[in-house]
Design a protein around this ligand. Structure first.
Ligand code: BDR
Ligand code: CA
Length: 314
């Protein structure tokens, strides 16, 4: 096999973040250089703790976890306990982690890592608000030309929003950070609700995790049992959208997805539509094409991949 692809995961776990981290750790195609936690679904003290719990669940206490921004750049933190529960990871009972939190700040880790590795080699996977990434870009703008690509879960256009009528959670929480990242000239793939709303945790898919003879499979099932109830009630579907693992799956098997290179701009001025991702799908402006916006996923193949990989974990 060729050399593993180095990635960094910036995240706010979150059950779907947790499944994304597990998918990455179960995939020999990747070398996970570090996990950077950000405030989002729950406050920072919980997201960094949850990230370490997940590494230990995967038997990977060697992974370096860094703590990052405690709040968005300009606005106050908005969290989503109604979706993820009080801990952010409600569902399974996972032990408190033994592995340490790194002492370096996540933003310093991002800057140092991108500056010290060859340009164009490391992919940044973002699963939460973009605060850490924007702060790193402000601190050291030269990293922009050194990041191979960013694959980000965020935004929504045809599906509109999930936290307001027009905004998706990750972008809404820190729209100013998203604007900085989207305008940085870094190759960007955006996985919005338009894609993730097709990846539903149906009962039969969740049962496949529960039936696994390892610890990770039943833990994933317990996470999804808790996580999906909010969106099932909202959308009236069998299962809820499994957003963040789509980022890792896109890197593993891009052929499961379709998308289009377009301009995406972020609304940061209007309170009514704050955090909306304005996607120029039809190319009606002269704004630069700064993101490949993913529009569809082969959900069956995506869950088969996920089930196959999670089954390989402890
Ligand atoms: C995104 O918001 C969070 O609640 C999820 O973890 C995901 O990253 C979906 O809008
Ligand atoms: Ca997330």
């Amino acid at each position: 096999m060729s050399k593993p692809h180095p990635i960094i995961i910036d995240t706010d776990p979150g059950q779907d973040d947790a499944v994304a981290i597990l998918l990455a750790l179960a995939s020999p195609e990747f070398e996970v250089l570090g996990i950077t936690a950000v405030a989002g679904n729950v406050p920072l003290a919980l997201t960094e703790l949850n990230a370490r719990k997940i590494c230990e669940l995967a038997g990977r206490s060697d992974i370096k976890v860094y703590s990052g921004a405690i709040r968005p750049m300009v606005r106050s933190l908005v969290t989503a306990e109604e979706v993820h529960g009080k801990t952010g990871l409600d569902g399974p009972v996972l032990p408190d982690p033994v592995m340490p939190l790194q002492t370096q700040h996540a933003v310093d880790f991002l800057v140092d890592t991108f500056m010290s590795h060859p340009a164009g080699t490391i992919t940044l996977c973002t699963l939460g608000p973009l605060t850490n990434v924007a702060l790193a870009l402000v601190r050291e703008p030269r990293i922009a030309s050194r990041i191979k690509q960013i694959v980000a879960m965020g935004g929504g256009y045809f599906e509109q929003g999930n936290v307001t009528p027009s905004a998706e959670f990750n972008i809404y929480v820190d729209p100013h950070a998203a604007r900085i990242v989207f305008e940085a000239g870094i190759p960007l793939t955006l996985i919005p609700l338009d894609c993730t709303h097709q990846a539903l945790t149906t009962a039969s898919r969740v049962e496949a995790f529960r039936a696994m003879p390892n610890a990770s499979g039943p833990a994933v099932a317990a996470m999804l049992d808790f996580f999906e109830r909010f969106d099932e009630n909202k959308y009236g579907t069998d299962g809820g959208p499994l957003h963040d693992p789509c980022v890792i799956a896109w890197l593993l098997k891009p052929s499961l997805f379709t998308g289009r290179l377009v301009n995406v701009s972020v609304e940061c001025e209007s309170e009514l539509t704050m955090g909306a991702t304005v996607v120029d799908w039809w190319g009606v402006t002269k704004r630069p094409r700064n993101a490949t916006v993913v529009r569809s996923i082969d959900a069956e193949a995506f869950f088969n991949l996920l089930i196959d990989r999670i089954a390989k974990l402890p």
